[in-house]
Write a protein that binds this ligand. Structure first.
Ligand code: ADP
Ligand code: ZN
Ligand code: ZN
Length: 658
């Protein structure tokens, strides 16, 4: 008797395919295993999602015409029923193929990880013997309260003891025989958390992230599936860890951008975690000093329970934070900042300068009053396009000729502003020829070990000035540092992105929090062209509540999330005309599908108008509810005959609109 296998492939299609089980293996359940199949003219890996003895009614092919698979790849299944069901949900929610979802759960990484060499010595674990504070105790109890199924949020500054609460809650869940997923932002920067987890839980811990080699990751995955690991710590994709009997998911630094996938499926680990916890009927806890605005909004409404940690258990004092206006300054280093760097050097101390890697260099501003040209529809900053001589909105496509005087104050001192990171680096080297300077970011330090060496050198006091991007902010425990300068807080602020203020605020608060934790006499200097911008002013006082209520007002007024939901489609291709046409054609169809249940913005050129020779256009769907937007896009994708030359990226609840 023949056995039929339902398989899905890692391709953007909306269906499964039927193959025949190989001769002699008809009796075996191949569900959850990978197989090799001939697909068109190619040989591809496929995932078996189901088997049956009978073909469905109305099956279009005769049984003899159904091809057998070429071979079975796995000894043991990689995926269980739970993972297959989750992939189905991901496919429906994020509008991707089921095979794409299964593949994303277990991507075969290329890079060798720095954390790959961790050793697990003992299986016994005990909590380092610290007595919890009252706030911490209340949080642990509240998080695990079985009578309340709402997610919990642990809100407290750096050093307020969040990690300790997470670890205690994890201990209790594991002691009750259940499994824990502990998500951290980016593996290289959260070494300390991983170490605390692995040292506390020993062999019961597994580390899972996309930086592991394919074979290492697979080995950890199977260890988890077999129930040998009780707690899985890792970045975004660890949310898929195939734990039997899930008892708790922890999301550390919930606001972090790395929880959102930048490739298909563009899932958010927070959303997937909410789904998994609801399925498993287990608690979810998130934590940060600066919650995402979405989370904050739900904390306000009571959909998420808030537990506050108000004391700094690690000691230290808040740093002295000052805002320096760049209005009157030539170049990127103000006299005030230069003086502080010099003073730090003279006292044998060190300085860190934060640069924004993604600097948008060309926005229009008035040097007299700080007025900035924004889109009349979207209120995001317009971007200067030199070749066409216009300012453009990258959400809706609206454009305008730049005014020759300031519309606000009439000043003629208007123009395009912004610095690149190289510019700042040059200036620092020129201004402090006697200081040793090290720039640390993913562009300059590509080789494994280089980053670690640069940071070790700095920690050992061998470098005077560290120039770093956001990535350094999280691992900022350098006792020799006194001064932290944010070279240009505006670069984030003037990005054509409605989350710009939120990101800028979070970055400054995180940096200031770290500075206070590790240097008793810490100083933070914020350079800005917009010294009165609320994101910067609230951040300089670490006024989290003040900022969020202001920012929520803005979002409400402009109907951006959390007061609306978005779906973004990016069209990219080598030919600008064809790509633009595809976007325009799609916009028309989708607008028809929406039938008034949401609005459609664009098509417009993406802010990043071209990436490695591919032109990019996007359309943005916005509505009160997500469902109708998803339906409109799904209908378009299933009916649309894609042009070979244009690729479509679908992003549900996009975090970044660049
Ligand atoms: P966060 O995760 O909020 O940054 P941590 O949990 O890392 O904070 O705690 C910061 C520091 O305070 C750590 O060194 C930790 O060991 C210590 N700590 C945490 N809880 C307590 C406590 N109840 N009593 C004393 N020290 C604590
Ligand atoms: Zn002006
Ligand atoms: Zn606009």
């Amino acid at each position: 008797m023949a056995r039929w296998l339902e398989v899905v492939l890692d391709v953007p299609v909306w269906q499964s395919f039927t193959y025949r089980a190989p001769e002699g293996q008809e009796g075996e359940d191949l569900t959850g295993k990978r197989v090799e199949v001939r697909f068109g003219s190619r040989v591809m890996i496929a995932f078996v999602t189901g088997t049956s003895d009978a073909l469905p009614e109305n099956f279009p092919l005769q049984p003899e015409a159904i091809k057998p698979i070429l071979r079975v790849v796995d000894q043991e299944p990689l995926y269980g029923a739970r993972e297959i069901a989750l992939a189905r949900w991901i496919s429906a929610f994020y509008l991707c193929g089921e095979g794409e979802a299964l593949s994303a759960m277990l991507p075969s990484g290329k890079k060798e990880s720095e954390t790959g060499g961790l050793t697990f010595e003992d299986t016994d674990f005990e909590s380092g013997g610290i007595g919890l504070s009252d706030e911490q105790t209340a949080a642990v109890t509240g998080i695990l309260d079985p009578s309340d199924s709402r997610p919990a949020y642990l809100w407290g500054v750096t050093g307020s003891g969040k990690t300790e609460v997470f670890l205690r809650a994890a201990e209790r869940v594991i002691a009750a025989g259940k499994g824990v997923i502990y998500l951290v932002p980016e593996i290289a920067l959260t070494h300390q958390v991983i170490e605390s987890v692995t040292s506390r839980f020993g062999a019961a811990a597994a580390v899972l992230h996309s930086g592991l080699t394919g074979s290492k990751k697979l080995a950890e995955w199977m260890r988890i599936r077999r129930g040998e690991a009780k707690i899985v710590v890792g970045a975004r994709s660890a949310v898929f860890a195939p734990l039997e009997n899930l008892g708790l998911v922890i999301i550390d630094e919930e606001h972090d951008g790395s929880y959102k996938s930048g490739t298909t499926p563009r899932y958010h680990a927070r959303q997937v975690a909410m789904r998994r916890c609801a399925e498993a009927k287990c608690p979810l806890v998130m934590g940060s000093a600066t919650p995402s605005l979405e989370a904050w909004h739900q904390m306000q409404s009571g959909a998420i329970r808030t537990f506050r940690l108000t004391a700094r258990l690690s000691g230290g004092a808040p740093p002295e934070v000052s805002i320096v206006s760049l209005g009157a300054t030539e170049g990127a280093i103000s006299p005030r900042l230069a003086g502080e760097i010099r003073a730090a050097k003279d006292d044998g101390r060190q300085s860190i300068l934060f640069l924004n890697r993604r600097g948008f260099t060309h926005f229009f501003r008035c040097s007299t009053c700080g007025y900035e040209l924004k889109c009349r529809n979207c209120s995001v900053p317009l971007t200067w396009h030199r070749s066409e001589g216009v300012m453009k909105c990258h959400y809706c496509g609206w454009q305008v000729k730049p005014p020759s005087s300031c519309p606000e104050c009439g000043s003629l001192d208007v123009g395009y502003a912004g610095f690149g990171t190289e510019f700042i680096e040059d200036e620092v080297r020129r201004t402090f020829p006697d200081c040793s300077v090290q720039r640390v970011d993913t562009d300059t330090l590509t080789k494994k070990g280089e980053l670690k060496k640069a940071l070790d050198d700095f920690r050992a006091g061998k470098t005077d000035i560290l120039l770093g991007t956001q990535m350094v902010a999280k691992g900022l425990n350098f006792p020799g540092v006194r001064l932290v300068g944010i070279a240009l807080a505006d670069t984030g602020l003037h990005m054509p992105d409605f989350r710009a203020a939120e990101r800028t605020f979070a970055l400054i608060v995180q940096v200031a929090g770290r500075a206070g934790r590790f240097f008793p006499d810490g100083r933070v200097i914020i350079h800005t062209w917009s010294p009165t911008n609320p994101a910067i002013v609230f951040a300089s006082h670490s006024d989290v509540e003040g900022f969020y209520s202001w920012e929520l007002e803005q979002r409400k007024e402009l109907a951006f999330p959390p007061f609306s939901r978005l779906v973004r489609l990016v069209f990219r291709g080598k030919n600008a005309e064809a790509t633009r046409d595809a976007a325009a054609g799609a916009a028309e169809i989708i607008a028809g599908n929406l039938a008034g249940s949401g609005e459609l913005l664009g098509p417009a050129e993406c802010p990043l108008a071209a990436i490695s020779g591919n032109f990019r256009f996007h359309i943005l769907l916005r509505g009160e509810r997500l469902g109708p937007l998803q339906t409109a896009v799904r209908r378009f994708l299933t009916e649309y005959k894609p042009k070979i030359s244009v690729y479509i990226e679908v992003d549900v609840d996009p975090v970044n609109l660049l």
